[in-house]
Design a protein around this ligand. Structure first.
Ligand code: GLC
Length: 516
């Protein structure tokens, strides 16, 4: 780390050593040195205050008050009610509030063997799930990398790749061995994008989110696309029996353990939630309304909040910049302020701003990319700062901020000073705290809407799982915003186990004469 004005302890030790060794004469020199040192410290401290004032000014719009959070809550609540009323685009609803055709949580009586394909987060996973009754679930899975080109290319190729991975998974695990001739695996498809469902097995993709943009998929039935790709693969005997959003999987997995779990949340690459709603509160529901379908799980797709301006009062110039340079401008406005895919980029944009104002890394901004090209790349390249960096830096409590320093060095910012590290940690803390507060405000709306004596919220996703400070801030804010009893519970492998549970519940209901 470069020399900094803040190495108070080091300098003092040096001065004491000098006094011991060289006696009075040297002591006098040291005294002059000390004087100079304290003078330097004072000027440095004054400089730091100026820095901090400016930084404060830049960070202020990110510091949300509870009053602002309550306004976000009120707007979200209104948009939820509007979304449940109609799908009519002319109504300019922010939220899709998709009915999912899931009416019941697991009873504990479900059994069966399922394959699950989980697409939509940072990973693509294939799982083999055995539900053994009394909610005992065994799971074996494998993560497959999706080449970036497939995420941006033709949809058919993506689905063919999924089918190929399924084949590999079945072969590697010898799953087809000892199966009777003609045996077909049931597969639940966890597909974590906004889909308009017309049954558990029919789901039209409305739009891609989270940076995916394969052609030929939007507007089509993704269950059919996957089934067709499977059928093109001779030897694969699989039928797709359910399409499940990751939030719904999380809810199902968690509600198999906690009876009062009525909300499923993903706080990862994207931010979304689903919950059990009374069917009477869903005027747009066109399906069956009877004793057996009193409730339905609604996929809120609340990441889309703000597309008609209801979050403008808290959006910063950085949020707008991030949105405008994304592949989906004016979409997922709320998600872009919260989820892991965007947190690092918000921080990076603030850092770039601070560097350009010479507040951060003063005098270090390279004019030509040929000098220290890596350093420039960090400043120029979108997406080069990750949520993981934000998490690690914001919890850096080392005295010399060495964790921050080595992270910055690893991404090309060489020899940052203590002050640089300190400021960047401040930026990370502010951006992460805003995200946690906004995430909490949204969950608070659902807890209030449910109006139960106690609610368990099942949550999965990297931000909740690995980002300790974020999790604490989320819980703290939520407790302030909702006095009701609630608990936040990590849902382990929810999106895979839960999807298998959706398929299993559906099988059980069909066998007992109910259909979805
Ligand atoms: C995005 C998707 C949503 C998903 C969420 C979490 O918001 O649109 O369907 O649940 O990310 O993965």
């Amino acid at each position: 780390m470069a020399a900094s004005s803040n190495y108070v302890i080091e300098v003092r030790i040096d001065v004491l050593k000098t006094l011991k060794i060289a006696g009075l004469a040297t002591g006098a020199i040291a005294a002059i040195g000390l004087g100079a040192y304290y003078f330097h410290q004072r000027t440095q401290r004054a400089k730091r205050v100026t820095f901090r004032e400016e930084v404060k000014h830049i960070l202020e719009p990110f510091q949300l008050t509870d009053e602002q959070l309550r306004r976000v809550m009120a707007n979200l609540n209104t948009e939820m009610t509007n979304g449940l009323r109609s799908d009519d685009e002319r109504e300019k609803n922010d939220l899709a509030m998709f009915p999912t055709y899931v009416h019941y949580g697991p009873s504990g009586q479900e059994i069966g063997e399922y394959l699950v394909v989980d697409l939509g987060g940072s990973n693509f996973r294939v799982s083999h799930v055995n539900i053994e009754g009394r909610n005992r679930i065994r799971l074996n899975n494998k993560i497959f990398l999706i080449p970036h080109s497939l995420l941006l290319g033709e949809g058919d190729k993506l689905f063919d790749y999924i089918a190929e991975c399924l084949q590999r998974f079945i072969d590697d695990n010898k799953l087809a061995l000892h199966k009777p001739a003609g045996y077909k695996f049931d597969l639940a498809f966890t597909f974590s994008f906004p889909c308009n469902q017309t049954s558990l097995r029919q789901a039209r993709l409305v739009s891609w989110t989270k940076g995916f943009s394969c052609t030929g998929v939007v507007g089509n039935d993704v269950v059919l696309l996957l089934q067709q790709a499977i059928d093109r693969h001779k030897g694969l005997n699989i039928q797709v029996v359910a399409l499940v959003n990751d939030t719904v999987g999380t809810l199902m997995a968690c509600s198999s353990i906690y009876r009062d779990c009525k909300v499923g949340v993903i706080l990862g690459t994207g931010y979304n939630a689903c919950y059990f709603e009374n069917i009477d509160n869903v005027p747009k529901w066109k399906g069956v309304r009877d004793q057996a379908t009193k409730q339905i799980v609604i996929n809120t797709e609340w990441g889309a909040l703000g597309k008609h301006g209801c979050l403008d009062f808290i959006r910063t110039s950085v949020d707008r910049e991030l949105d405008e340079s994304s592949s989906t401008p004016n979409q997922q406005v709320f998600e872009k302020m919260i989820s892991a895919l965007y947190l690092g980029e918000i921080v990076r944009l603030i850092i770039v701003d601070l560097v350009q104002r010479s507040i951060l890394l003063p005098g270090r901004m390279q004019k030509t990319p040929s000098l220290r090209s890596d350093y420039n790349i960090f400043l120029i390249l979108r997406g080069s700062f990750y949520a993981k960096h934000v998490a690690d830096i914001e919890s850096d409590n080392t005295e010399d901020l060495s964790v921050t320093s080595s992270i910055l060095t690893s991404i090309g910012i060489h020899d940052p000073s203590y002050d640089d590290c300190y400021l960047i940690r401040e930026v990370c803390r502010t951006v992460s705290l805003r995200a946690a507060k906004l995430a909490a405000a949204a969950i608070a709306v659902l807890v209030n809407r449910l109006n139960q004596s106690s609610v368990t919220v099942g949550i999965d996703g990297t931000l909740f799982r690995h980002h300790e400070k974020f999790k604490k801030n989320l819980a703290r804010t939520l407790s302030r915003l909702v006095p009701r009893t609630h608990r936040l519970v990590l849902s382990e492998d929810g999106s895979s186990k839960g999807s298998a549970l959706v398929a299993a519940v559906d099988r059980r209901m069909r066998e007992t004469g109910f259909s979805s």
